[in-house]
Ligand binder design. Structure first.
Ligand code: ZN
Length: 237
């Protein structure tokens, strides 16, 4: 079992990860993500205010229909009241219906004012969201440009590190490589750690826990074992 190869591979992999972390930790990259979120939020707002405007418009239209219908009826009633041959009861009924219509019109006026204020709000939100969406899009583009430049400046170095890592990968035992990759996929870096302490009571340097007998024996016989606690690969230093 050649653990040296895994150790060298791990070194190369860590160097790659360090540079990748640096690239991803770049401030323009973080800005890019931030502005992308802002843009999406603005887009959502634009669509919400469009829906609101649609709802308000349809409510306004039905209120208008209601008004048209009832003002026609009010004119009829006024014409009726001008006639001389109305009975007292007929006159009473017409006056009472006119009164109900007057109340209904007052209600409609309130409703129209509310609709108007909703429409204004929707319009304001719509144009605000359009503006902030555009500004987020522009900021995103400029952060992206800077990030692309930065990334390009690191590209050669990254390719070198990756190719060194891939070359070394070929020398690692497939079984160990699989374990290594499953650990690093869970972001457990470094996956391959030395045992600490004396041979009779070795400790995992990944998590600080003492090894149980199985681990101790594997370490002695195979030169490496898995930590029962953190699952990292422990080797004899
Ligand atoms: Zn451990």
């Amino acid at each position: 079992m050649n653990l040296d190869n895994l150790l060298k591979y791990q070194e190369a992999d860590l160097a790659c990860k360090k540079l990748l972390d640096e690239i991803r930790g770049n401030s323009d990259y973080r800005e890019m993500k931030k502005f992308k979120n802002e843009f999406n939020a603005a887009k959502q707002k634009v669509s919400e205010s469009e829906t609101l405007a649609g709802t308000v418009l349809s409510a306004y239209n039905s209120a208008n229909e209601y008004l048209d219908k009832n003002s026609a009826r009010a004119e009829e009633l006024c014409a009726l009241l001008e006639k001389d041959n109305l009975s007292e009861d007929e006159e009473k009924a017409a006056v009472s219906e006119l009164e109900s219509l007057r109340v209904a019109f007052a209600e409609w006026e309130k409703k129209a004012a509310q609709l108007k204020s909703n429409a204004d709000k929707a319009l304001m939100e719509y144009s605000g969201a359009q503006k902030s969406g555009k500004s987020a899009r522009d900021s995103y583009a400029s952060a992206k440009e800077n990030y692309e430049k930065f990334k390009a400046s690191k590209e050669d170095e990254l390719q070198k590190l990756k190719s060194r890592r891939d070359t070394l990968e070929a020398g690692v035992e497939p079984e160990l490589l699989e374990v290594y990759k499953s650990l690093t996929a869970e972001n457990k870096y470094p996956a391959f750690v030395p045992a600490l302490g004396d041979e009779n009571s070795p400790v995992c340097s990944g998590c600080g826990m003492m090894l149980a007998d199985t681990g101790k024996n594997d370490l002695k016989n195979k030169g490496y074992c898995r930590c029962e606690t953190c699952r990292k690969i422990i080797y004899k230093p």
